[in-house]
Design a protein around this ligand. Structure first.
Ligand SMILES: *Cc1c(COP(=O)(O)O)cnc(C)c1O
Length: 402
């Protein structure tokens, strides 16, 4: 069956659940920062699959590791050891200065795993009475789509119609360390927060926020859980965004770019005793820590570091942000970013960012609005200065128009 653009859209619409509203583009190939649609039109990917392809599309070294592993051994389950897991642990621990790792698959699973681990730590180590553990989260958070996670979302689209939800979560405003201090009780076991809120529209907290949060959590014996699934692995110009404030979380969650986009791989990294509370049979995943995932993640981490992608994100991010800042349009409310995690936010009078994303697609850039009024620019971390210039040349006329 020869498929045309319209055929793909019609089939998807007929047969698929409508839980996404993608731009009208059907992609069939990717390389580095570029992707091509079924008509052969080339685009610069400014979303990077929500920062899962930080290393660029189809990175040859990650692909090679995947092919090689796929021909040897893909899945053993954790009923047996495999020859990749220990090396994955060793390399990620050395890179992130971590002492224990729990490998999972999706980001949401890493979040769920952290919640389970800190609750258990709360009962067994901190001495919280049975079933009284509390976890504090922030308004406008995005941590994934499971029932427990959407239960503490404040986004009506994410949560309404999906209850009843798990108890034990308290919501405070993002960026407000005093609020954290106020709501902590002796039963508080964890504070779960994104260093920069991604899906909320690249919301950067006030300087010093994470530092204060770290102090408060240490002081009150509360586990600080940083969700770096989007901010981590170079996106903000550091390996982990926590480095911008010189702190270390008790638990760090990574996913997305941990595989460079080849395969779902996530992990809970812990510097504390908290992962030590999990005993055989108490938590797991059939695919978590499988040899294919480990081989892919090892290669994804290696190229991120060896090819200077983290430093490049810092440099190119600053250059991109400066270029965007020169665009004049009264409908633009704010332009902000850290590294290659950049947002342009429009005033309500602009009537949404979607139409800009559609115009940018026409010009050869793939971007996605977050919520209604914000466009996120998050290209692969391999982007060059010439490619940023290429992007700015096309973004400027689109964003300049009313
Ligand atoms: C994407 C994301 C998640 C969820 O990851 P999935 O792999 O989609 O489950 C969690 N937290 C943050 C900050 C994310 O950006």
């Amino acid at each position: 069956m020869a498929m045309e653009f319209e055929d793909y859209l019609a089939l998807e619409s007929e047969l698929g659940a409508h839980n996404y509203k993608p731009l009208d583009v059907v992609l069939e190939r990717g390389e580095g920062v570029w992707v091509w649609d079924t008509d052969g039109k080339k685009y610069l990917d400014c979303l990077s699959a929500y920062s899962a392809v930080n290393q660029g599309h189809c990175h040859p070294k990650i692909r090679e590791a995947m092919f090689e592993q796929a021909g040897r051994l893909t899945l053993t389950s954790r009923a047996f050891h495999n020859d990749q897991l220990a090396l994955f642990y060793k390399e990620i621990c050395e890179l992130t200065n971590t002492s224990k790792v729990l490998p999972m698959n999706s980001g949401a699973e890493a979040v769920e795993s952290a919640i389970k681990a800190v609750r258990k730590w709360g009962y067994e180590v901190k001495g919280v009475p049975k079933n009284e553990a509390e976890i504090i989260v922030c308004a406008d958070n995005f941590h994934g789509r499971t029932i427990a996670i959407v239960g503490f979302s404040t986004d009506p689209a994410a949560r309404s119609g999906f209850g009843p939800f798990a108890p034990g979560f308290k919501v405070i405003p993002f960026g407000d360390a005093d609020a954290l201090e106020r709501v902590i009780t002796p039963n508080t076991v964890g504070f779960l927060v994104e260093p920069i809120q991604g899906e909320a529209g690249v919301i950067i907290p006030p300087d010093g926020y994470l530092k204060r949060v770290r102090e408060i959590c240490t002081d009150k014996n509360v586990m600080l859980i940083l969700d770096e699934i989007q901010t981590g692995l170079g996106r903000t110009g550091k390996l982990l965004a926590e480095e911008h404030e010189g702190i270390e979380a008790d638990l760090t969650l990574i996913g997305k770019a941990l595989s460079g986009g080849f395969y779902p791989v996530s992990a809970v990294l812990s510097n504390s005793e908290v992962l030590g509370v999990l005993q055989p049979g108490q938590h797991g995943s059939t695919f978590g820590g499988n040899p294919m995932a480990c081989a892919v993640a090892r290669a994804a981490l290696k190229v991120l570091v060896e090819e200077g992608m983290i430093e490049n994100a810092e440099k190119m991010g600053a250059y991109f942000l400066k270029g965007l800042g020169e665009i004049r349009n009264n409908l633009i409310k704010d332009i902000r970013g850290r590294g290659l995690m950049i947002a342009v936010e429009f005033h309500a009078e602009a009537e949404g960012a979607r139409r800009y994303c559609e115009a940018l697609r026409e010009s050869g850039l793939l971007c996605k609005e977050t919520h209604v009024d914000t466009i996120r620019f998050a290209p692969p971390l391999t982007i060059t200065k010439d490619q940023v210039d290429w992007a700015l040349e096309r973004i400027e006329p689109v964003l300049r128009t009313a």
